[in-house]
Design a protein around this ligand. Structure first.
Ligand code: ATP
Ligand code: MG
Length: 228
């Protein structure tokens, strides 16, 4: 099996306080959906931030595509789309449409009519078309989450790391999220989901069978014991 991340004996603490990871070892497959769960404060978001290079100062080895993270000269986020848990963590624009435009163009590239069409499609997929030009500060929590998730279909070619994607979503929003994940698996791509709501994603495993991949569920416990 091909792995996107190989984590080996990872040790990490904030400011030399209590360790969050004591020697975590884990391989994350490149394709299919990998799920990590664990109690509040277990370290799920911290792991996302380590995997995306946003938090540094770890010991042990953390490899992306077989290359140590520290050796990457350019941003890790060229390979990964990270949708944060924090509701405003991803939002950079004044409206959903502007936010998605910034994600597409990274402040430097020129916008094109084709990109505008892709944004429209993304807004339809997560059900935010009617509010795509409303200022984000006027949006509800669920509408903000949907706006963040609208980045997913824009970056089908990147590996997705999505922290608590179902938070704030209603049932239709969850169905739309599952649909996006199914499209990702169908395209033989992968995603890592950090969640408390394992049950919501169970159907994905049934779906993945024809693609030769049974999926993985891991739990971060107090001793870093990761179980499948
Ligand atoms: N910037 C920071 N500085 C110091 N400590 C931090 C920082 N960020 C997180 N922590 C601590 O690290 C631990 C792990 O936090 P983290 O946010 O990774 O947990 P989590 O598993 O994502 O929890 P939740 O399920 O609530 O989202 C917590 O004890 C938290 O207080
Ligand atoms: Mg978290």
């Amino acid at each position: 099996m091909e792995y996107i991340y190989k984590i080996s004996n990872l040790r990490f603490s904030f400011d030399k306080r209590d360790n969050i990871f004591y020697g975590l070892s884990l391989k994350i497959p490149l394709r299919g959906i990998t799920i990590i769960t664990g109690r509040n404060g277990a370290g799920k978001t911290t792991l996302c931030r380590l995997l995306t290079g946003l938090v540094k100062g770890y010991e042990g080895s953390l490899k992306l595509h077989n290359k140590e993270l520290a050796e990457y000269k350019r941003s890790i986020l060229e390979h990964i789309l990270y949708v944060k848990q924090d509701l405003t963590g991803n939002l950079m624009g004044l409206t959903a449409n502007e936010d998605l435009q910034i994600w597409q163009n990274r402040f430097v590239e020129i916008d094109t009519p084709h990109k505008a069409i892709l944004r429209k499609k993304a807004c339809v997929l997560v059900g935010i078309s009617p509010i795509q030009d409303v200022p984000v500060w006027e949006l509800s929590y669920g509408q903000k989450r949907r706006t963040m998730l609208a980045t997913l279909p824009l970056f089908m070619d990147k590996y997705w790391i999505i922290d608590e994607p179902s938070a704030n979503l209603d049932n239709i929003g969850i169905k739309q999220l599952i649909y996006l994940l199914q499209q990702k698996v169908k395209a033989r791509c992968g995603a890592l989901i950090l969640t408390h709501k394992l049950k919501l994603f169970e159907n994905l495993y049934a779906f993945e069978q024809p693609y030769d991949y049974a999926g993985n569920i891991f739990t971060i416990t107090d001793n870093d014991i990761i179980s499948i």
